[in-house]
Write a protein of this length. Sequence first.
Length: 263
Amino acid sequence: MTESGVQRHLIVLRGHRYVLQSSRGPRPRLSLWVDGEEQAHRDATFATEVTLAPKDADEHGRVEVRLTRTGRIRRATLYVGEREVDLDPEEGSKAHRRLQRERAHPRLYAGLDVLVAVLGVLIGLLGLGAMVKVLLEPVIRFLLGLIPDVDLPSIEWPKIPWPSIDLPEIAWPHIDLAWIPWHLIPEFEVPEWVWWTLDHGRPILIALVIAVAEVRRRAKQDALKAELAERERQELLARLGIGLGMVERRRRAAESQTLNPPL
């Protein structure tokens, strides 16, 4: 379990354990640990993207972190050589539970991201006008009713004799477009919803593209992590096999010396 106000993301790759720790607060601090030793740290105040490079960057690569405005880790990616692997939140944390839900229902969470974008557009279009209409209009009507009607005398403002300036006429060139067969071009009226989408739907389209790309990226990351975990398991079994073979050879050598002591 994570400590209060502390986030941890981790992964085991090529026999090394990477742990990214973030302390939340007025001055959030990111620190990268490799095999239990702190390799890099960075103050993440007002930052949304942070790169942490260990002391031996050629061996351990680097970690690129994306943060929210509140300092929460949105994504932490380890770059080692040509590999690009996301660190997973620590088990038992809120971030881990959310990730599990997103993995179980990727389309649902992608739809929620698009819905948030839609609500943002609608609030931007209707929120202020609806607020003024619902809340301020009755108040303004009430205040106007308290003001007495006063007949103000009409005021005749003096006429200012502005000077008359004759501007020269510009001889614009005449372009004859009679050769274009306008009667062969069909008339087409663009529907209003198309213009509305072009004007206001760009955040929705961007959110949709990002959501779909994130679902595909997470699926690729899960497949890559499963492959890396299987490779780590095979390498561990190979090392155990080599170790057991060495132990067995030493045992046989010891037995041979016991049964056949040197003269």
